[in-house]
Design a protein. Structure first.
Length: 313
């Protein structure tokens, strides 16, 4: 008997449509048609405008604020389930609420766990995401999770810069594992920033563990929100004698006056992916697309092939 794998279709939430179009182009098919009806009170309803019965659907939606993006994904998953899709893969390039992965003080939620349960309850049979804030979030799901790493995109770019005396830096203690992985691949040194906060997004003090004098430094992190940590770290490193400081951050949240902080900082360049649409262009920000990475892995998942060759570190 010949094994038959049903075709796949790709659909997008409204705020991730540009990325979804690039993914669909790399995948080799047209982006599926879906409409979003709005009520006067702000309620909305997605509707698939083509049959998805018996096929695999990839629903592409980064769940960055506002919460409408997450709600739109949940409604699309439910709609696909009720339209008899055979497989429903939630492709979430940026997984929102990932910073709420544990109880770090009394009487707070574990938001990442709640989101995982909502996605599963809605009907997703598989989840695909990239550079989670905490790897253990995969364990919040009872369904298969394909956790991709943007290092596949960033490392070739770093190598193309041809930087000598390269040092990889972590902007905080929590990101040291990621920094060491980059450093091992590139054969470079590692430094770590130790910071203390007054409150969320507000740094009180920052110290540097390691020497950056005469070095070209690349800060590595999973996301950039207000930009305060990167700006402060870059300024401290330049004061300590660094030749240049660049930053690699997978998810460009860039809230508040982040653009102004980045542009006024000592950073030579901030390299990000298009997992979240960039709010406005900046001479200091370079965007590398994750579309080809997701399209390749989606092909592998559809054809039941191993994705291990997509992990280069």
């Amino acid at each position: 008997m010949t094994h038959f794998e049903p075709e796949a279709k790709i659909f997008a939430c409204s705020q991730s449509k540009d990325l979804a179009e690039r993914i669909a182009k790399n995948y080799g098919i047209e982006l599926g048609k879906v409409t979003l009806s709005h009520y006067s009170d702000g309620e909305f309803q997605p509707s698939f405008e083509e049959s998805i019965r018996g096929i695999r659907v990839f629903l592409i939606c980064s769940t960055f604020p506002s919460s409408d993006n997450l709600m739109e994904l949940l409604l699309m998953i439910d709609a696909a389930k009720r339209a008899s899709a055979r497989h429903i893969t939630a492709v979430i390039p940026y997984f929102g609420l990932a910073r709420q992965d544990r109880k770090d003080k009394p009487r707070v939620p574990i938001g990442a766990k709640l989101v995982a349960k909502m996605i599963e309850t809605a009907g997703a049979t598989r989840v695909m995401t990239m550079d989670l804030h905490a790897d253990q979030i995969q364990g919040f799901f009872e369904k298969p999770v394909d956790h991709l790493y943007a290092s596949t995109i960033f490392l070739p770019y770093v190598e193309s810069l041809g930087l000598e005396n390269l040092t990889i830096a972590s902007p905080d203690m929590g990101g040291s594992k990621r920094a060491y992985a980059y450093a091992k691949y590139l054969g470079s040194e590692v430094v770590v920033c130790y910071k203390q906060r007054k409150k969320a997004n507000v740094i009180e003090t920052m110290e540097l563990i390691g020497d950056v004098s005469g070095r070209n430094v690349i800060l590595v992190d999973d996301m950039v929100d207000t930009g305060g940590t990167l700006a402060k770290a870059a300024d401290v490193m330049m004061e300590k004698g660094a030749l240049s400081v660049r930053a690699i951050c997978t998810h460009a949240i860039l809230s508040g006056n982040a653009f102004e902080k980045i542009e006024a900082s000592s950073l030579t360049e901030l390299i990000v992916t298009d997992s979240i649409p960039l709010k406005r262009p900046s001479d200091k920000i370079r965007v590398l697309s994750c579309a080809e990475l997701f399209a390749d892995v989606m092909h592998m998942v559809q054809n039941n092939n191993s994705i291990s060759n997509k992990f280069i570190m």
